[in-house]
Design a protein around this ligand. Structure first.
Ligand code: C2O
Ligand code: CU
Ligand code: CU
Length: 435
């Protein structure tokens, strides 16, 4: 990053040999590794990425959660970078861009799940203006994948795609159960991204103090003490861990996200050790040595704007559904599968809208909207009080979630979709144009 606030990076997407979870594997990576490099920005910065495609298939790049203009090549769902080609992206973060944890991944419709499952993802950190004192930072990208006997990323059968694939290997930064060392009373900032294609992560770190600073681009006014954190695919947590002697294991506990009728044999709970009721060890924290002296208190954050009192310009219903088509399950939004040429939702810029997200299926769907952030107002008829800015919102099986969306700035075309990326690839995506 240069002094004038520009970060220039080259991301080369390519297959290659690497060690994944202790096994020799052939997977896809940015710049030769999993995850790709962490990009660090400040509000107001310009990010320039040259994406080089050395894959055998088309790809592109999406900056998940960043509040940047979708005009031109700002949102790349509609861009296709062919094998052997390169493409330059430019993003300008507004001066008031929320600090937090974001990430990048491919978004080429029909191939998103496969490319992320094979290893194409990386973190983006938008730094705080006032950093939290004496917090050691760890960026933890949690992913899952399945390797076949040769160490290649496994092909996923259609039945599992319909359910939302869950890989057999659960990895943190490409490793199985990495160990971290800390001193007692140390404050650590864990910035966690759920990059899994479909797996929900219910995280626990028993024996340590966990305080949630925020989720996605949202911040709580004061840190919230929590016992567990639920991250749907695409969600991020900004977590403060204050360590206690002895150490603990970060676990992903089994989370029931429902199933489709006729897919009972494919329940994610029956898929292997990663899905057992006591969960899977993701990482181990060892705490020993001299205690750290008293830590300064965490500064109070700016209270986010509360959209519950906003004037609502329009109300819409977004219905997530799945049904049997010709021999295959169809995943739809408002009855339609994604089509690039069609615009599904037209919004007037400068407004706040209220969207009722309705789930007409017996399985959960994490609803994601690009560019414009949302606040949850109501879940299954129950009002939600500590609304924060989010970009992936879980819509529970057969449930209903009311969100308000701030279309206050940025015009242009983008998309919303289910972040179980198999569902997105199978059609559960719609396009939006803000004018
Ligand atoms: Cu994380 Cu439209 O994607
Ligand atoms: Cu996104
Ligand atoms: Cu879905």
């Amino acid at each position: 990053r240069s002094a004038n606030g520009q970060l220039q990076v080259r991301l080369q997407a390519a297959p290659g040999p690497m060690v994944l979870g202790g096994r020799q594997a052939t997977a896809l990576g940015y710049n030769g590794g999993i995850p790709g490099p962490t990009l660090r920005l400040f509000p107001g910065d310009v990010l320039r990425v040259e994406l080089v495609n050395n894959l055998a298939q088309a790809t592109n790049l999406h900056v998940h959660g960043l509040h940047v203009s979708p005009e031109g090549n700002g949102d790349n769902v509609f861009v296709s970078v062919n094998p052997g080609d390169a493409f330059s992206y430019g993003y300008k973060l507004p001066a008031d861009h929320p600090p937090g944890v974001y990430w990048y991944h491919p978004h080429h419709h029909g191939m998103v799940a496969d490319q992320i499952f094979a290893g194409l993802f990386g973190a983006i950190i938008v730094e705080d203006r006032k950093p939290i004192e004496s917090a050691l930072e760890r960026v933890l990208l949690i992913s899952d994948t399945t390797l076949d006997g040769q160490g290649n990323v496994a092909q996923v059968p259609m039945m599992e795609r319909m359910m939302g694939r869950q890989g057999e290997l659960l990895l943190v930064n490409g490793q199985s159960n990495p160990h971290f060392d800390a001193r007692p009373g140390q404050r650590e900032r864990w910035r966690i991204v759920n990059t899994c294609v479909a797996r929900y992560l219910r995280l626990r770190l028993d024996g340590q103090q966990m305080q949630l600073l925020g989720m996605d681009s949202g911040r709580f006014p004061a840190p919230k003490t929590v016992k567990e954190v639920l991250l749907t695919p695409g969600n991020r947590a900004d977590l403060l861990v204050t360590t206690s002697d002895g150490g603990s294991v970060l676990r992903a506990l089994y989370q029931d996200r429902g199933s489709m009728p006729g897919m009972m044999g494919q329940m994610p709970g029956e898929r292997g050790p990663a899905d057992q009721p006591d969960g899977t060890a993701l990482a181990t924290l060892r705490v020993a040595g001299e205690p750290v002296p008293q830590l300064p208190t965490v500064p109070i954050q700016d209270v986010p704007e509360d959209l519950r009192s906003a004037a609502v310009a329009a109300r819409r219903r977004i219905v997530l559904a799945a049904g049997m088509g010709t021999g295959m399950m169809r995943f739809t939004i408002n009855g339609k599968e994604f089509q690039e040429a069609r615009i599904d939702t037209r919004v007037a810029s400068g407004s706040v809208e209220e969207w009722t997200l309705t789930n007409a299926t017996p399985m959960d769907h994490p609803f994601h909207l690009h560019v414009w952030p949302m606040q949850i107002i109501e879940e299954n008829g129950q009002s939600v009080d500590d609304a924060i800015w989010q970009d992936v919102v879980n819509v529970p099986a057969n449930g209903r979630v009311k969100v308000r969306v701030a279309f206050k700035d940025f015009r242009g075309r983008s998309v919303y979709h289910c972040h179980i990326l198999d569902h997105e690839d199978l059609g559960m995506m719609g396009s939006i144009e803000v004018t």
